[in-house]
Design a protein around this ligand. Structure first.
Ligand code: TGC
Ligand code: FAD
Length: 392
């Protein structure tokens, strides 16, 4: 009997508009032709393919959900599909686009001044300026309110001191959105600054030796008496809210991206199971393998429908509740990691080779599970919402 593809069973395509399918297909083609042939090698060499940035810009993938400033102004579902297809390639490729668009550009768009938007966003959409987002610090991860980075007013400008850690795109960024407390205030004094590379006292250092997300460049941002002009300050309402609103955008995208990584693992495991012969028959004919594949396929279909539901809701309402974003990120990333681990097993020993995509995705997803709010942080966000008690 001819197999029935998972997509035909989920029938999600029927829920997409022609435009959404067009966006999805063009990014799918880009990933298959331009990224996948190099994916294993890039991973092994800890290298992000910077040469692909102009093509991604040309496809309208940078700041894709922003309207104006040369950005594509895509709907939440189109943007989600973009990230799903990119992460089918690699979580690192999706991370680059998430950080550039949902974090750095969205921060400037939502919390920046008119002058900052005009100066940076068009060039960032064209991939001529690369941004990063500095919230996490060596001693401040899940609890960013405890950040140690300080900004001191000095004449017309500010002097920044502190270290940001685990910052995606930092090694080759042109600018960093730095979150710092003004003087010795508390979390309510947190402000965002657009710090350009070249500002005196600004330095980045690459973090090497990651066993996850190897084809994404991660680094430290070191601010040593870093002097910035007054125009670097973003005029948002003081407090962590401005930074956390950017995280909502990125987390929504990650919930879609994770489905792409899971689909890549499922496709690989299914193809392998149908080819691999043991005990004289393809392992796909064994009930235990079929049960695993059915479980993986079912979880993927549920996750993609969840993302679609929240995508449509975001489109209709303009925003989602943070709790809805937490539910979606937590569920879909947890799902993808579990799918990757089971798929790895189906490939047997071959499952640990970079020749197949599964181990790469599995290791990548360990980072995705931790960044943008760990799985546990999202559990606590939802636990607090449901019970009314904070367990942080
Ligand atoms: P809390 O007291 O609850 O809130 C402080 C203010 O923020 C507001 N708020 C939010 N606003 C928008 N969206 C959200 N998700 C929000 N969550 C809270 C809140 O209403 C309040 O506003 P106001 O006006 O009343 O002052 O804050 P808290 O300090 O108790 O922390 C809450 C908690 C733990 C959920 C938050 O700190 C958190 O999300 N922690 C996780 C940190 C995190 O996710 N870091 C990510 C760094 S970036 C990254 O990982 C990029 S990886 C990218 C890639 O490569 O793809
Ligand atoms: P911690 O906060 O120290 O957590 C350690 C463990 O304790 C986790 O299991 C956590 O869930 C648990 N825990 C913490 N608090 C509680 C609690 N109250 N109750 C129960 N359990 C708890 N950050 C940026 O700002 N910008 C970036 O671009 C960026 N890119 C990243 C790229 C990569 C590859 C990685 C791995 C991280 C990146 N991050 C970035 C940082 C990321 O957001 C943090 O790693 C994340 O927020 C968790 O912080 P932490 O690693 O310090 O862990």
């Amino acid at each position: 009997m001819d197999p029935l593809p998972l997509g035909a069973i989920s029938a999600r395509d029927a829920e997409l508009s022609d435009e959404e399918r067009l966006v999805r297909d063009s990014v799918r083609r880009f990933v298959r032709e331009r990224y996948l042939p190099r994916a294993g090698e890039l991973y092994e060499r800890e290298e992000f393919p910077r040469d692909l940035i102009p093509e991604m810009a040309e496809l309208g993938l940078l700041g894709a959900s922003i309207a104006g400033y040369g950005c594509a102004g895509m709907s939440p579902v189109s943007y989600g599909l973009v990230l799903e297809e990119l992460e089918y390639g690699d979580s690192g490729l999706r991370s680059f686009v998430s950080v550039q668009g949902s974090l750095a550009m969205y921060a400037i768009y939502s919390a920046g001044s008119d002058a900052q938007r005009d100066k940076y966003l068009p060039e960032m959409a064209r991939g001529k300026l690369i941004g990063c987002f500095g919230l996490t610090e060596p001693d401040s991860g899940s609890d960013p309110a405890s950040m140690a980075t300080r900004a001191r007013k000095d004449g017309d400008g500010y002097v920044l001191n502190g270290t940001k850690m685990w910052i995606t795109n930092a090694p080759f960024c042109d600018l960093c959105v730095v979150w710092a407390k003004l003087e010795d205030g508390g979390a309510e004094s947190v402000r965002g600054f657009v710090v350009e590379r070249g500002a005196p006292g600004f330095e980045t250092r690459r973090i090497h030796g990651k066993m996850s997300l190897r084809s994404s460049e991660t680094g430290e941002v070191i601010l040593s008496d870093c002097r910035v002009p007054g125009s670097a300050l973003m005029p948002h309402k003081p407090g962590l809210g401005a930074a956390l609103r950017c995280l909502n955008e990125a987390r929504f995208g990650i919930a879609w991206g994770a489905v792409g990584a899971a689909r890549a693992c499922f496709d690989s495991a299914l193809g392998y199971a149908r080819e691999r012969v043991q005990f004289g028959v393809p392992i796909a004919s064994k009930q235990l393998i079929q049960e695993q594949l059915v479980e993986l396929g079912s979880e993927i279909v549920k996750a993609e429908l969840l993302a679609l539901h929240f995508g449509r809701l975001k489109q209709k309402q303009g925003r989602l509740l943070p709790e809805q974003v937490s539910l979606c990120k937590r569920n879909n990333v947890g799902m993808a990691l579990a799918v990757a681990r089971t798929a790895r097993g189906i490939l047997g020993a071959n499952g640990i080779l970079l020749e197949y995509p599964v181990i790469r995705h599995m290791l990548n997803l360990e980072s995705v599970y931790t960044y943008e709010g760990t799985h546990e942080v999202h559990t606590l966000v939802l636990g607090k919402a449901l019970t009314g008690h904070s367990a942080f």
